[in-house]
Design a protein around this ligand. Structure first.
Ligand code: NAD
Length: 480
């Protein structure tokens, strides 16, 4: 059986303590590879390699860094079929989704920051009348840690690594132990692209061992983390006394606000996608759907009809819209919300059952599920479920829906469907979230600030925000 290895100092290595974790294929529940459960000693090795590489890498010209990042982007594109198949097998997502979204975005992340670093500039401030000039240096931090989740494995892993190395840092990175495969394959791509050994080091393992060792390492000066809110809070507690720079991208419970004056067909099609893309396992999925009362019954009927057309199937089948959930434990967690729907304040009006597929009986399949609720305070509207489950509910007024949209601990994204410009401006301004989409969903411009408010996180990724995070500003004041 394949043993995935750590990528340290440009080489593939087994973990020092020879501890391994099983890696499952969610489409059939079979263990198909093993990954290291790296300990402190592996993280130390990765750190040492990064530390040695840092002086040279941080003094490598921007053009050369940009050229290497572009080459990595190109190689990801060249290997798209192989990487998409690996992602789909590891995560359970439809192959066509991995082919159209995950892997192209992994490449785009490198290409974007290959370009961005050549345009990144710092500021100068003339202290007029004091004969002094200030200029700001933005220097790479040193060795930084990047920790990512399982839902968009290569996509989110590279979203952190690309700006970190573009800015001149060296990295110790850990992908999710649930989906390690494409991160493993990225090592050889980096070597082939000519990334010097030690600039990127990839250690595999559990959050509580490998992840914890990265966060606790006294000389890893910044942590960029994407994952659950509880984990983010824990990481903040560990890192704060060491004054590490922290970027936390956490959970969500995103509202869709649907008004009767929206473009109905477009709204309906997009709302099906924003509910169930990637089995609903995207932090930006709209899991609370609020519909204006005048179109509520029509929406409910049309939405369920469209959802019933989604095919749950083997991720490798081209007809499949909904693949497998990522793991057995995650399937059980999502299913428990459905099984307790009544106690949690809702009524299942579509789906709700596990699906058994011929030849894939042990895979982690679940029907797309629609639950009707009547009170936004219910558990189903307050807790992140992170699966193919949405709630729907009607509202009467703009004030009412705004209050419900904001009445939740999270604040990642919100989607607004209306053609009323005044309302668009009023609501966009008042919605408590890092991102508001109006008449669209998941349209991403990589230059824009990306991140959450409230319990959805601290800090912003994307564009120059990410390059600012991965650099330390230093003001130099010269009197003349
Ligand atoms: P998770 O928090 O369980 O794990 C995320 C990563 O953190 C994994 O690599 C894990 O091994 C590691 N980890 C766990 N414990 C750790 C510890 N003590 N120290 C250091 N690292 C540790 O999250 P998950 O289940 O992998 O992902 C799902 C969650 O991620 C959802 O809540 C989802 O909303 C969120 N998410 C957020 C965004 C965003 O951009 N805001 C994007 C995708 C996913």
């Amino acid at each position: 059986m394949l043993k995935i290895q750590n990528y340290i100092n440009g080489e593939y290595l087994s973990p020092v303590a020879d501890r391994w974790i099983d890696n499952y294929n969610p489409s059939n529940g079979v263990v198909y590879s093993q990954i290291p459960n790296s300990g402190r000693e592996d993280v130390s090795k990765a750190y040492e390699a990064a530390k040695i590489a840092f002086p040279k890498w941080s003094n490598t010209t921007l053009e050369e860094r940009s050229r290497i990042l572009s080459k990595i982007a190109q190689l990801i594109t060249d290997k798209l079929p192989e990487l998409a198949a690996a992602e789909s097998k590891d995560n359970g997502k439809p192959l066509k989704l991995a082919t159209a979204v995950d892997i192209p975005r992994g490449s785009a992340n490198f290409q974007f920051f290959a370009n961005a670093i050549t345009q990144f500039a710092s500021e100068a401030h003339e202290s007029v009348g004091l004969s002094a000039m200030n200029f700001t240096l933005r220097q790479p931090i040193g060795v930084v840690g990047c920790i990512s989740p399982w839902n968009l494995p290569l996509y989110l892993f590279t979203w952190k690594i690309a700006p970190a190395i573009a800015a001149g840092n060296c990295v110790v990175a850990k992908p999710s132990e649930v989906t390690p495969m494409t991160a493993y394959l990225l090592g050889e791509i980096c070597t082939e692209a000519g990334l010097p050994p030690g600039v990127l080091n990839i250690v595999h393992g559990l959050g509580t061992t490998t992840g914890q060792a990265i966060v606790e390492h006294p000389d890893i000066k910044a942590i960029s983390f994407t994952g659950g809110t509880k984990t983010g809070a824990h990481i903040a507690r560990v890192a704060a006394p060491m004054f590490k720079k922290l970027s936390l991208e956490l959970g969500g419970k995103n509202p869709n606000l649907i008004f009767a004056d929206s473009n109905y067909e477009d709204m309906l099609r997009t709302t099906v996608r924003s509910s169930f893309a990637n089995q609903g396992q995207i932090c930006l999925c709209g899991s609370r759907i609020f519909v204006e009362a005048s179109i509520y019954e029509q929406f409910k009927k049309d939405f369920i009809e469209k959802v019933s057309e989604l095919k749950v199937g083997n991720p490798f089948d081209n007809e499949t819209n909904i693949g497998a959930l990522v793991s057995k434990s995650h399937l059980e967690k999502v299913k428990s919300y459905i099984d307790n729907a009544e106690d949690y304040g809702g009524e299942v009006i579509f789906g709700g059952n596990k699906v058994s597929l011929d030849g894939f009986e042990d895979g982690y399949y679940l029907q797309p599920t629609v639950i009707e609720v009547t009170d936004n305070q219910c558990v189903l509207n307050q807790e992140e479920i992170f699966g193919p489950v949405v709630t729907i509910m009607s509202f009467e007024t703009e004030e009412e829906v705004l209050a419900m949209a904001n009445d939740v601990s999270y604040g990642l994204s919100a989607t607004l469907w209306t053609n009323d410009l005044q309302r668009t401006m009023r609501l966009s301004k008042q919605l408590q979230s890092g991102i508001v989409w109006v008449n669209t969903w998941l349209l991403r411009d990589l230059r824009t600030p990306f991140g959450g408010a409230k319990a959805s996180g601290v800090g912003r990724e994307g564009g120059f925000e990410a390059l600012r995070f991965f650099t330390e500003p230093k003001n130099i004041c010269i009197k003349y």
